[in-house]
Ligand binder design. Structure first.
Ligand code: 5GP
Length: 214
């Protein structure tokens, strides 16, 4: 049986199951840095590490940034129904493990996922209570510039990502919130505010606790 985490003095437990926050947006919008910073800043929020077939980039650590696996291993996981969602992006496979996601949510932590729009739309079917957040750059020009900086040597790769970005952006209407990542600190505050406000929503709090105590 799972035990509840002890509460700090003066704190009350108002929620039960964790909330699922889904962050999407074009590559270069800065969503990865955003969600990582917010996950560090806010207590009770965890990122579910995705599986991918793409090779690690310099500095990336297995099981921290992604779990890096082969295409065969990924396909085996699909066959076994181990993903809540998965997608092919720029020729590589990416997926969220059902087990990892539910373990975090069942332990009362909120989860933040950084996934593409294809994956987010699959989750919408399965997790009705999910909160969908779309991150954008202030303009197409800024997006191009950020991609150029990130992929200094690969014009082809930039073109591929830009095309993908335009397709991604078209899906913004499916999301509950849009954050324009112009000044990082502002975008950070906006994401933090969205998470905090959902935590105290009456839909999420344990009303039984209020009934019992008042
Ligand atoms: P990158 O290769 O630059 O780390 O990520 C490429 C894209 O894959 C990003 O848009 C990111 O949001 C998306 N992505 C990362 N993990 C997952 C996942 O588990 N599922 C889906 N559908 N997309 C993911």
């Amino acid at each position: 049986m799972k035990t509840k985490r002890p509460l700090k003095k003066g704190k009350v437990r108002l929620r039960r199951k964790g909330i699922l926050f889904i962050v999407s947006g074009p590559s270069g919008a800065g969503k990865t840095t955003l969600y990582k910073e917010v996950a560090l800043a806010l207590p009770n929020l965890k990122h579910s590490v995705s599986f991918t077939t793409r090779p690690p980039r310099p500095g990336e650590v297995n099981d921290r940034d992604y779990t890096f696996i082969s295409r065969d291993e990924f396909k085996e996981m699909i066959d076994k129904g181990e993903f809540v969602e998965w997608a092919e992006i720029h020729g590589e496979l990416y997926g969220t493990s059902k087990k990892r996601l539910e373990e975090i949510m069942d332990s009362g932590f909120d989860v933040i996922l950084d996934i593409d729009t294809q994956g987010a739309m699959q989750l919408k079917e399965k997790y009705k209570g999910g909160v969908y957040i779309f991150v954008l750059t202030p303009s197409m020009e800024v997006l191009k510039e950020r991609l150029r900086k990130r992929m200094a040597n690969s014009k082809e790769e930039i073109e591929k990502r830009l095309k993908g970005a335009v397709e991604e952006i078209k899906k913004y209407r499916e999301y509950d919130y849009v954050i324009v990542n112009n000044v990082f600190e502002d975008a950070f505050k906006e994401l933090e505010a969205i998470i905090i406000s959902h935590r105290v929503s009456t839909k999420r709090v344990d009303l039984g606790w209020i009934e019992k105590n008042f």
